[in-house]
Design a protein around this ligand. Sequence first.
Ligand code: GTP
Ligand code: MG
Length: 464
Amino acid sequence: MPVLEIAVIGHPNEGKSSVLSTLAEDDSVRVSPFPGETTKCRAFPVLIDGREILRFIDTPGFQHPERLLYELKKLAGKEANPAEALRQRFVSDTSLRDDLELLAPVARGAAILYVADGSRPLRQVDRDEMEALRLTERPRMAVINCKDDDQRYLEDWRSEFRRNFNANRMFNAHRVTYAERIALLDALQAIDQEWQPVIAEVVAAVKKDWQARLDTSVEIILAMLEEILAFRLNESRSRLRDEAAFMARLRKKYCASVAEKEKRAQERLRDLFRHRRFYYRLAGHSILDQDLFSETTWSLLGLSRQQLVILGALGGAAVAVGLDALAGGASLGLFASLGGVVGAAGAWLGGEQLVKGVKIIGIPLGEESLQIGPNSNINLLFVLMNRMFLYFQETINWAHGRRDYPEAVATAGQAGFTQRWPAGQIKTCRAWFEALIHDESETVSRLRPEMREIIAASLMEISR
Ligand SMILES: Nc1nc2c(ncn2[C@@H]2O[C@H](COP(=O)(O)OP(=O)(O)OP(=O)(O)O)[C@@H](O)[C@H]2O)c(=O)[nH]1
Ligand SMILES: [Mg+2]
């Protein structure tokens, strides 16, 4: 059976390549603010288990729609395949070369996905283009890709669409979510009955693939948390050297290693969702742009006050953390506990409880070996989880067709995903955290499925 083709067609600069890029999750598609960026048809295959079952074709914009319509009108009703007949007629006449290039896939049987910017007024050339497409007699659907928020012209567009297309939909190449992408694919079933089973297969495969990506995301996040929370850094120093400077360096090195591990996990997520070019200036993103260990990060992404009280009621090390965090900047809690590590060796900061998890592990002649980490502040777990959730949210909602990077503003409320979690979940996290920092691998493994579920539920909610 031949592969089904869908040609994305329209006026220059309306967002055809952007729509295709987003639909096919391919950010290598050439998109530009200048008309005429796409000059040749280019195919984007949809593979299922390595088998190509559908192919999108990016095409250049119309150049002479009026003339094209005039020529097609002469053939309509007389030819079984008017687009192919026109091609044949113009083999040695180059005056319609560009328009015939874009119609080439249609001539060989492709369906049409017409893209128009619905935020501008409808013009005669648009009417000509649409009528020309209707005369090709191929299955066709129109997509309104609004580049601006202006809605005044939408009704004009819609009524023209109803005249010329089998179906029409809104699809914003920059802002659609995964769910809207699926909905557009789903809607393609309506344009031709013959296609229905193939499109249904594509939709099912895309959904399955998405679920698999969610599962992998959970594993990426879990693995990162386990790696960072159990992380220990050892360093020897001469006893004669300046202690404060040594401690400061050690702490800096620890923070840098943790940040590096976090960044690697983010990159894995980005690859998983097939973003290669994209660089988001994470806005509110600013929270992710902020240093992992900054006070802002910790106060926005750490446990809520109420949650700290809940943990405090459980007793033990968390009480100290809780009180510390309630008393001042949450980041102080972190540094106190890191300082506590160091404090075991020298007169650094902190009370007894904060020294937990930090050791001097050997004192050979003239040298001592210090270990920093694991970090005993449970807020680190929540800060890391919230940052990964935020990164996940940004990644899945970043349309592949998007090439601008505006400064968006996110509120703190959006970022603190875990602050809405019930006490039961927080307690499971705490048990897992304690097991991790105390190297109790059996408990870690026993709690892992529960942690996996907690994280999976959050990702599901974010992606809905
Ligand atoms: N704000 C906004 N801009 C968009 C949207 N879709 C496309 N653009 C911008 O419009 C310009 C043209 O987009 P393309 O996707 O290259 O348009 P095209 O129809 O393929 O253009 P040609 O290949 O030149 O015919 C680019 O600067 C896009 O970033 C959208 O949904 N919102
Ligand atoms: Mg293009």
